[in-house]
Design a protein. Structure first.
Length: 85
């Protein structure tokens, strides 16, 4: 999510909005899942894209925040506070 936001911001020349991230993911999901067995999305910006995926494609949802906690050895992810497994 952080890398995608940076990439879209650079291409656009100004900060990419949450809506633009959602729209980008919806386009990618609708096009790529025609030929994919599944797609990995995040609940922060990817839920609308889950509805746009091909019906026969599976769905995996991330449960971690973007980036890593660099203060802890081992690159352990920070979990989203609203998600549970």
């Amino acid at each position: 999510r952080g890398a995608l936001r940076k990439m879209l911001t650079k291409a656009k020349g100004e900060e990419a909005s949450a809506k633009e991230l959602e729209e980008f993911k919806m386009i990618v999901s609708s096009q790529l899942t025609k030929d994919a067995s599944a797609i990995l999305l995040d609940p922060e910006y990817g839920l609308p894209a889950a509805k746009a995926k091909a019906q026969e494609a599976g769905l995996l949802l991330a449960y971690e925040k973007t980036g890593y906690d660099s203060t802890v050895p081992g690159r352990l992810p920070d979990l989203l506070p609203t998600c549970s497994v």
